[in-house]
Design a protein around this ligand. Sequence first.
Ligand SMILES: Nc1ncnc2c1ncn2[C@@H]1O[C@H](COP(=O)(O)OP(=O)(O)OP(=O)(O)O)[C@@H](O)[C@H]1O
Ligand SMILES: [Mg+2]
Ligand SMILES: [Zn+2]
Length: 251
Amino acid sequence: MSEALQYFPRVASLRGLARVSGHCATHGEFVAHVLPGRVPLCLRCDVEREAANRLAEQRRAVLWGCGVPGTFREAKFRDLLEVCPEQVAVLQAFKGWVARVGKDRSAGNVVMVGSTGTGKTHMASAAALNLIAHCGLDVRYVTSDQMRVEVCETWGKPGRSENVELRRLAMCPLLIIDEVDILDSNGHGLRILTNVIAARSRAGFPTVFISNQTKERLIEIVGQRAVSRMYENALVLQCYWEDFRARRIGN
Ligand SMILES: Nc1ncnc2c1ncn2[C@@H]1O[C@H](COP(=O)(O)OP(=O)(O)OP(=O)(O)O)[C@@H](O)[C@H]1O
Ligand SMILES: [Mg+2]
Ligand SMILES: [Zn+2]
């Protein structure tokens, strides 16, 4: 049976189809069964196009659900203006890490600390969008507080459990946790954050941690054990330069 007949046994059984040879620039000579007068189309191209469309659809779904905040849904590295040599160096180091993690999931963590308005969320969002679109990596962006809400929301809901939600956060191939230090006072946020950090460290999955706090202050807020795991095998990026928000409003 010809290749075309194998793909379309039902259609080919119809009378009136002509067996026509064709040439595809990618796949070479082929035979197709078409209505008389129609141009034969390469079925292998068709199959490949469908697979590419499915992949693009999957990536669009991941992009949609990745959690990057609305204002950063279009964030790009190239939109970041040069501010000072330290910022240029941080950007270069971070882009290097993004390229590594796109190929090798054991690239380690990133700890991005610094003052407000220095582009930390922008850089992390650009990285997430890049890795989803170009590497098909399943990236999620959350804040500590969002993790608390997502996990606590499962309480008392049929078919949902805290453990499943925690596992989802723990097993995400790349998790970006922004505003690490902004935690609730009743303790669930801290418990959930330390649980996710410990589980990801055990599994060896890369995490980007973003905070305005120094390491010493983070230890006071989230504890020595969690901070030790955050900084384990991590690229540490210090973002201490002017507040870009202040520049824009002319302060
Ligand atoms: N170098 C830059 N060039 C152009 N725009 C920038 C630059 N740095 C920051 N921005 C813009 O300034 C705003 C603040 O940046 P962003 O929210 O990423 O800062 P942040 O470091 O996360 O601040 P915070 O610690 O308060 O969360 C964003 O709109 C961002 O796009
Ligand atoms: Mg931010
Ligand atoms: Zn073809």
